[in-house]
Design a binder for this molecule. Sequence first.
Ligand code: DHB
Ligand code: FE
Length: 283
Amino acid sequence: MSTTEESPTAAQAGASATRAFRTSRQHGTAGEVTPERVSTVVTALLDGVHRTIRTHQVTYPEYVAAKRWLIEVGESGEWPLLLDVFVEHEVEEVSAQHQQGSKGSILGPYHLPGAVRLPSVCTLPMRADEPGTPLVLAGQVRDTTGKALPGAELDIWHADDAGYYSGFAPHVPDGNLRGVVVADDDGHFEISTIQPAPYQIPTDGPTGTLIERAGWHPWRPAHLHLIVRSPGYRPITTQLYFTGGDWLDSDVAKATKPELVLDPRPQPDGRRRAEYDFVLEPA
Ligand code: DHB
Ligand code: FE
């Protein structure tokens, strides 16, 4: 995909993602980072760097290239993109080790708070001529004992049919394909939207340069992002993918899990419908 006038640059997406992160309360705001943990973890991290240099006999030109690249990541505001794509999946898996309930996945850089609230049966905000195959996501939110969670919230956001997110790609209207859906008295929801396309890490910034220079690919499989919450329960941040979709087995962000793959079925009305139930554990 080439960069057109309309596609967001890495710098635009990065700057918006940095702003969103600074104002977000979603993740990692509770809990302390003690000096002991800083010392232990940073020492281990540096040991890993030093070991890599020795094992691979890293040269001065390579060190200088890495230093120049790291400076560019900072100057171009790409840290949120880079960290979420290459690091967050490991933190998510570690924190999930002792969790019950539905599987989670990474938050990623593109959540925005304050999306429009919608009833349990709804259509996400979209342009009048929104391109893409109509998709319905339906299911129920329950707790780990099987009890329905009335009024549970499903904060959902996803890319459009070209792989772009509202709030980060300037040509997509604010709030497009984002909403906070409130489940009914029996925890049920039925969300109409369109099928998102795979997402490509912006290739015009330092993250893209790295991917290209290393000979990797910049793609994430098509996905829906969700945060599912209900008072008294641990919120689940997750993503849902589509069976048979491109890049499902080689996600650049390593954020897929077999339990998170939907199998939407064509309906007589031409829409594709997928069922997915969420299970929350007590907080
Ligand atoms: C990135 C983008 C995503 O849409 C996502 O889900 C995870 C990471 C990124 O550009 O880093
Ligand atoms: Fe995403």
